[in-house]
Design a protein around this ligand. Structure first.
Ligand code: X8Z
Ligand code: ZN
Length: 635
């Protein structure tokens, strides 16, 4: 169809997308706008372009072209953004922070305008499925949105960079601030290994001082980003996050609670047993029955995973050791060898090898000469199979598991990087988090023995219960934490929780869901949510809760694809090409279809479902219930 009529030219100009911010010292021209050819930046922002005559309705074809253009623009912008982010995260300085903030400002500016422009297509009839999905994904694509006011946008970008920087640089230097400074890795080491109540307490309290200065910044982040979310039609930023699951935000809230309801009884059984064991270790006065557990006794800074205190809760003594850490250290596993071990699992399924550039560009260990963000992450910096991981690897089983987790992200990237930019995402964010973890469920004792990381296999019922306990301390213990982080943020972002109650409400949720309590009195001078990476880094967290459930659902489906017939906890898909094919088919879909379609492709089910995790832990559950008889469970 010929679209060169003057009216259409005006309309097209109005639909053009805001230009990218020019390089420093070079302001974009605000005059003489014309419609640029697709793929090139338009000459002026829409606000300065001729207004769309109200009687002209855009067509489905206009929408399709707009979507194509957005995908191209976003790819260019995201490459620029992730390049700046990568540099910042692997070298935190004021300069790299400011540089990343400038790029983020640009991306947020673009998105604000593009999303508003996309609203013009809301009532257009006959949109093709890809166009309407693209327009939907555009609206929910960013976890941080700025209002159109350039000053506020700049402030938001700068705050976001500072918050993550404060976390990355966080150190505790003793009670008087004059001792040897410890970073999160060192303090986490204390949390994992020490069994001294007061030593644990000091590491816990120490780390929680680093987030106090974040509070005013976080308050501003909430207020400005909510304004941004409201400008593009969401009640608040939390509602935007909840709208990213192919269902209305209210339905997603219910969905998360439904899944929690499925797994809570299993968590409660584990909690009860672990508390009783901790009471034996630290005394009934410190860990009373029927009360929440002090949060610093569970082997992890946030009490999110409890596997580091497995030796305190080991069901049966005298069984073959499950201690992989000892072997990793003894055999002097270095970071590269650990990552190669992870890659070997993926390639055993028939999936491709990591590109050579992965080995050249990743950050595997903590550099000695600069500040970096050690929190593990996986990247495709140029959205073009430029895979990397960024970690500060130590020879521990925990890091070996995290490597598989991160490679799961990279394998998602590698199978969808040829899709349009907005489809280069997981089916939902929980899927992305679940891939690597699903594979780790196949890291069975026999596989570890094959690697030489276990000497002896666990034997009989006792061996099985020990093994399941170790797994549950990681997987089951995490579930309530996975849920509550965003329960807190949703409340904060909706304004239901005010700044003067930030810390109080955080602990109310930790108590309610996890059954843990602050080990010392807290006040509103503290900002304990900020001591968890994802809060200052503004990464939504419900994804990890979903992933803990989905990974078992994926595992069950992959085991079925592999033709495995025994109990779920015995299955390993290591080396099975059929399972690899099924997995790859889902990875290749990216976000091109609503997540139930992707789930169906892999599992045949269209609903997220916790029955697989329950099935997996059935033997342990029965054992726990036996142990807990006569105990005062709950809190
Ligand atoms: O943040 C992560 C990954 C990167 S996406 C290392 N995880 C959550 C956390 O550390 O809190 C994985 C498990 C939960
Ligand atoms: Zn992850």
């Amino acid at each position: 169809m010929n679209r060169t009529s003057p009216v259409m030219q005006i309309l097209r100009a109005a639909l053009a997308i805001v230009p990218l911010v020019a390089s420093p010292g070079c302001a974009p021209s605000a005059h003489g706008s014309t419609t640029p050819p697709p793929g090139e930046p338009p000459a002026a922002p829409p606000s300065e372009q001729p207004q769309k005559p109200t009687e002209v309705q855009p067509t489905a074809e206009d929408a399709r072209q707009f979507a194509t253009r957005v995908n191209e623009d976003l790819k260019r912008l995201w490459v620029k953004q992730s390049t700046a982010e990568w540099i910042k995260s692997t070298y935190i300085t004021d300069d790299t922070e400011r540089n990343a903030a400038t790029v983020n400002e640009e991306v947020m500016g673009y998105l604000n305008q593009a999303i508003k422009q996309a609203a013009r297509f809301k009532d257009v009839q006959g949109l093709d499925a890809d166009t309407s999905r693209t327009l939907h994904l555009l609206r929910v694509s960013s976890a941080l949105v700025a209002p159109s006011d350039p000053q506020k946008r700049a402030e938001l970008a700068s705050i976001a960079a500072k918050l993550e920087g404060l976390y990355g640089k966080g150190k505790y230097c003793g009670k008087d601030g004059k001792g040897t400074c410890k970073d999160l890795e060192e303090l986490s080491d204390v949390m994992a290994k020490s069994r001294k109540y007061d030593e644990l307490l000091e590491a816990w309290v120490g780390w929680h001082t680093i987030s106090q200065p974040m509070r005013p910044l976080y308050e501003r982040l909430v207020s400005i980003s909510n304004e941004g979310a409201q400008e593009i039609g969401f009640a608040d930023l939390g509602a935007l996050w909840r709208s990213n699951y192919d269902m209305p935000p209210e339905a997603f809230e219910k969905e998360a609670q439904r899944l929690w309801g499925q797994v809570k009884p299993l968590y409660d059984d584990l909690h009860c047993y672990v508390r009783a064991r901790l009471a034996k270790q630290y005394g009934e006065d410190k860990v009373p029955a029927g009360k929440p557990i002090p949060a610093h006794l569970l082997g992890n800074m946030w009490a999110q995973e409890w596997n580091n205190i497995y030796n305190l809760v080991e069901p049966y003594k005298g069984q073959p050791s499950l201690d992989v850490d000892a072997e990793l250290t003894k055999q002097k596993y270095d970071a590269i060898r650990m990552v190669k071990t992870g890659e070997a699992f993926f390639t055993s399924l028939g999936l491709k090898s990591l590109p050579q550039t992965f080995w050249e560009r990743s950050q595997f260990t903590k550099p000695r000469d600069r500040e970096v963000v050690c929190h593990a992450s996986a990247w495709d910096v140029t959205y073009d199979n430029d895979l990397r991981i960024k970690m500060c690897i130590k020879p521990t089983e925990e890091d070996l598991v995290t490597i598989h987790h991160e490679l799961g992200h990279d394998y998602y990237y590698t199978y969808y990087y040829t899709l349009p930019a907005l489809y280069q995402q997981g089916a939902n964010d929980g899927f992305h988090e679940a891939i690597g973890d699903a594979l780790t469920l196949s890291i069975t004792p026999s596989y570890l023995k094959q690697l030489g990381l276990l000497k002896e296999l666990p034997k009989g019922d006792k061996g099985l219960i020990n093994l399941q306990m170790k797994d549950a301390m990681e997987k089951v213990a995490f579930l309530p934490f996975g849920l509550l982080v965003d329960q807190w943020r949703w409340e904060v972002l909706s304004g239901r929780v005010k700044p003067e109650d930030y810390n109080k409400s955080w602990w109310a949720l930790r108590e309610k869901y996890q059954g843990v309590r602050a080990p010392v009195e807290r006040s509103e001078k503290d900002f304990d949510p900020g001591a968890k990476y994802h809060v200052p880094a503004n990464v939504p967290y419900t994804r990890y809760f979903l992933a803990r459930i989905l990974q078992f659902q994926f595992h069950r489906a992959l085991c079925q694809a592999a033709g495995f017939q025994g109990p779920l906890h015995e299955c390993s898909i290591y080396g099975n090409k059929e399972a690899g094919k099924r997995l790859q088919a889902m990875l290749e879909m990216g976000a091109s279809k609503p997540w139930p379609d992707a789930l169906q492709a892999l599992t045949g089910q269209r609903e997220m479902d916790a029955s697989a995790i329950l099935e997996y832990f059935a033997p342990l559950r029965a054992w726990l219930q036996e142990q807990n008889k006569g105990q005062k469970c709950g809190w």
